[in-house]
Write a protein that binds this ligand. Structure first.
Ligand code: SF4
Ligand code: SF4
Ligand code: SF4
Length: 351
């Protein structure tokens, strides 16, 4: 027994020294930082122009119909679908910014404004990065961030990872799934596109290639407020459904052009985006930051080796030090004296 203890301690000592040396050597070679990924060349998305939005919520209803989602009631009479936020069964809502008397639309003081909330189909989505089983997936062609319920294990890492609070879990179902906008990808094979854009009467929600939508957003922003112009409706590059109108008092900021490495949902507004509830984000995606950190820690197994070293150190500290040397040769002539009996057993034997 004592011999095997000594052998085990020698093994721990050698493994600890080897692990520490290996971990130190590997940690000294940092992994290359993972850059933020950009939108695919032919990425598709939406341009939401809050100054054109009339708050009719036709897009909310169209989204429910297109995705076969039930109504959600927030009034006692249960007459209308009145979701207050996105949920596992509501992928798109129009929220309202309010201030003071709310006398004028698209004014920060004593005004109000609308804001669309749905998945942004981020260029470098943290929901995809966080998903351990690939249930969240970014299409390399369209850039649409899709969800595969057959792969999902319900861990909800995507829920925690999204800075916009978009993926929502069905807590009321024993086999819960994640609910979020998938840009109506299921409708595209029939020549349709995002139902919210298809139905929008003012073109406030417009579907198209993200690059083209950016050009359109910059065109509007460059015009002085009140300039007569035409606004396209439905799909940019599709049948001409444009109508004459006047430009709004746009902030010189396209939300989603750069935020988080770029989004495929772009927004224009006359009211501060952050006051309308959108998060203030830098140009770098958190997926790039977390994966760089992860790859640095796991570079050449440095992290596991380091953890092994710490565990071995702890194990060594917990092994008694009073048998460091090999025990004297076993004396077979007095077998009974070799055996250590527990105190109470010894006492019992004496009784
Ligand atoms: S359908 Fe268009 S105008 Fe109506 S609430 Fe939606 S985005 Fe606004
Ligand atoms: S908004 Fe959230 S759910 Fe949508 S792609 Fe970005 S990280 Fe994923
Ligand atoms: S693209 Fe489709 S799923 Fe997404 S918000 Fe619009 S209607 Fe809803």
């Amino acid at each position: 027994m004592a011999a095997s203890n000594a052998r085990r301690r020698r093994f721990l000592k050698q493994a600890l020294a080897g692990g520490a040396a290996l971990g130190g050597a590997l940690a000294a070679r940092p992994a290359a930082a993972r850059p933020t990924r950009h939108r695919p060349k032919n990425a598709v998305g939406l341009l939401y122009d809050a100054t054109l939005c009339i708050g009719c919520k036709a897009c909310v209803n169209a989204c429910k119909v297109a995705n076969d989602l039930p109504a959600e009631f927030s009034t006692p009479d249960h007459l209308w679908d009145t979701p207050l936020d996105t949920s596992a069964t509501t992928y798109n809502v129009i929220k309202v910014y309010r201030n003071g008397t709310m006398a004028r639309k698209d004014r920060e003081i004593n005004g109000y404004a609308f804001m669309k909330v749905s998945c942004n189909h981020c260029a470098d989505p943290s929901c995809v990065s966080a998903c351990p089983v690939g249930a969240m997936h970014k299409d390399p062609e369209t850039g649409i961030v899709a969800y595969n319920p057959d792969r999902c294990i319900g861990c909800r890492y995507c829920v925690a990872a999204c800075p916009f609070g978009i993926p929502k879990y069905q807590f009321d179902s024993p086999t819960g799934q994640i609910g979020k906008c998938q840009l109506c990808r299921q409708r595209m094979k029939d020549g349709h596109y995002a139902a919210c854009a298809e139905v929008c009467p003012t073109g406030a929600t417009l579907f198209g290639r993200t690059e083209d939508l950016l050009v359109e957003a910059r065109r509007r922003m460059a015009l002085p407020p009140g300039t007569p112009t035409t606004f396209p409706r439905g799909r940019l590059g599709g049948p001409d459904e444009s109508y004459p109108g006047r430009t709004g008092h746009y902030l010189q900021h396209i939300y989603g052009e750069k935020e988080y490495g770029g989004l495929q949902m772009l927004r224009l507004s006359a009211v501060d985006f952050y006051k309308e509830g959108l998060p203030k984000l830098g140009d770098r995606s958190s997926a790039a930051t977390s994966e760089t950190l992860q790859h640095t820690l796991y570079n050449h197994m440095a992290m596991p080796v380091g953890v092994l070293g710490v565990m071995l150190y702890a194990a060594r500290r917990n092994v008694p030090r009073d048998h460091d040397e090999e025990p004297p040769a076993h004396d077979d002539t007095h077998p009974a004296t070799d055996r250590q009996l527990p105190d109470d057993q010894e006492a019992k034997d004496h009784d």
